[in-house]
Design a protein around this ligand. Structure first.
Ligand code: AMP
Length: 507
């Protein structure tokens, strides 16, 4: 990366790279160059204009992970605001997401089932089918089109490029708009932290509907003029083969994936010996120091833990690469936005004092879409409140000690407990329900629900799981049900979601 260049939009970032260098590849080998990716972005912009879609307008996307998803995200974000959705969403979750986005179109890929298209059609949203034209990300958009609009110039740095829902303390997810400015600033921070350069090849195993994969892997690599090996997703059986065949120089993942990699490393000595990894990155949930040590031991390269968040366009803090100090158990010093620890009255706290971690800077979103109440709560004295609790040590390294927000972090996937409450309350035999985070050895946290059945009704975990599965994407479905006569309350009589797992004897 040339630090003197200050690309402020995604297409400017692509144009900074050598057009002949590889930008994207799938699992099968052939690559798409930066020049080809820029041309694809231009063609996509023209297709979207023909479909009546202009700069910053929301375009939902449901695609399988892989090079086409990566290319489509980059191309759509240069022309409109790309809104990649979890392909596992059930139809009513899709309806909610499309409504909340105010989507102008849905880009849908092969093998994503009929629900996305049906949901878009039910809302009168035009569907653009993505037709794959080669194995390294090339595609055409096919749609009936609406009213064409005249061609427009390049996007502006303040235009929304990415829209993502974030699980919050409310049942309805909040919508985070990230501008080109936000995304390119964060991509540059990750590229700088990891010292990425055009010779790097990142094995992407992260989903490309989450900020970690989109910015921590894809845009960070493109910022550095490097190549992304866009796989279909984490597959424990194939991971080691990819290491040998695709020759990546780094990968980024959530701690649960790293744990699986460590467990399987012993069974793949040849692939391990051929590894060219120069670093491994972890983010999105806490990495146990024992897993970090084991990874460093197996791969013989540094493992850096980073701290990220959707509203910050991903990276906020990161442990640095050697020769600087890595401190396992910490998320490192600030590495992107300015960071501080805030006390209850909004004062900034001294090193060592525990409070709420707050951030401000170029990669922090301006505010949630159409949500004045959430914005009033989220910003304080110009700082964005992360809802995470922690402290900074005298070297400037942050440790996360807990969470102030009601969120379940299931191995990096974030779930709003209120959404689970509302869904299970629709069951005719449920009187009360409180979803909460239960500790889990591998995932960190698992979705649990305390249930008070209606008088005289019998409920089982299986019945409730089946009920929830029909309405919620798989990762949100509670795995643990605790049947109680009354939900335990905190000392003030208020429902106490945080700490419920211990009150119910689950830890
Ligand atoms: P997301 O918006 O899905 O990226 O989730 C952001 C949240 O994930 C943060 O507010 C933290 O609660 C959590 N998180 C991210 N990185 C880490 C980390 N390294 N250690 C602990 N929690 C993390």
């Amino acid at each position: 990366m040339d630090p003197t260049k200050t690309a402020r939009t995604v297409p400017e970032m692509l144009a900074d790279a050598d057009p002949a260098r590889p930008a994207l590849a799938g699992e099968s080998g052939p690559t798409m160059t930066y020049g080809e990716l820029l041309q694809l972005a231009e063609r996509t912009r023209a297709s979207l204009r023909r479909a009546g879609i202009g700069r910053g307008e929301p375009v939902a996307m449901v695609l399988r992970n892989g090079p086409h998803m990566a290319a489509a995200f980059v191309a759509v974000s240069t022309a409109a605001a790309a809104a990649p959705l979890h392909p596992g969403l059930r139809k009513r979750e899709l309806l909610d997401a499309l409504r909340s986005l105010g989507a102008r179109a849905l880009v849908v890929g092969e093998g994503c089932g009929s629900d996305p298209e049906a949901a878009a059609q039910a809302l009168g949203i035009q569907v653009l089918r993505l037709l794959e034209t080669d194995p390294c990300g090339g595609f055409l958009l096919d749609g009936n089109g609406s009213v064409p609009i005249p061609p427009a110039g390049q996007p502006r740095p303040t235009d929304a490029a990415l829209l993502l829902h974030t699980s919050g303390t409310t049942s309805r997810p909040k919508l985070v708009p990230l501008s080109h400015d936000n995304l390119t600033a964060s991509a540059a921070s990750v590229a700088k932290t990891l010292r990425l350069d055009p010779s790097d090849r990142c094995l992407n195993i992260m989903p490309l509907f989450h900020i970690h994969g989109l910015v921590g892997v894809l845009l960070a690599s493109l910022r550095a003029g490097a190549c992304v090996l866009a796989t279909t997703g984490f597959a424990p059986m194939r991971f080691f083969r990819w290491l040998e065949q695709l020759r990546p120089t780094w990968y980024s993942a959530v701690p649960t994936m790293h744990q699986t990699v460590v467990q399987r490393a012993e069974r793949n000595p040849t692939e391990l010996a051929s590894s060219r990894l120069r670093l491994v990155r972890s983010s999105s949930a806490a990495l146990a120091p024992s897993v970090l040590d084991a990874l460093e031991d197996r791969f013989g390269c540094p493992v850096v833990e980073s701290y990220g968040m959707t509203e910050a366009s991903h990276q906020m803090a990161s442990n640095p690469l050697p020769p600087k100090l890595r401190k396992p158990g910490t998320v490192g010093p600030q590495a992107g936005p300015e960071m501080a620890v805030m006390g209850d009255s909004g004062e900034l706290l001294a090193d060592g004092a525990i409070g709420e971690i707050v951030i401000r800077g170029a990669n922090v979103m301006a505010g949630y879409v159409d949500n004045p109440q959430a914005n009033a709560e989220a910003f304080r004295k110009g700082w964005f409140r992360t809802g995470d609790q922690g402290y900074r040590d005298t070297d400037g390294y942050y440790t996360i000690t807990g969470r102030l927000k009601e969120l379940i972090n299931r191995g990096g996937e974030k779930i709003s407990p209120r959404e689970i409450d509302e869904t299970l309350l629709e069951h005719p035999d449920v009187a009360q329900v409180v979803a909460f985070a239960a500790p889990h050895a591998k995932l960190g946290e698992e979705v649990a629900a305390a249930i008070v059945p209606k008088a005289g009704r019998t409920l089982t975990a299986l019945m409730l799981r089946q009920f929830a599965s029909r309405r919620l994407a798989n990762y949100k479905v509670p795995r643990i049900f605790v049947f109680v006569d009354a939900i335990p309350k905190g000392p003030t009589g208020k429902l106490k979601r945080i700490g419920l797992a211990s009150d119910l004897g689950l830890c």
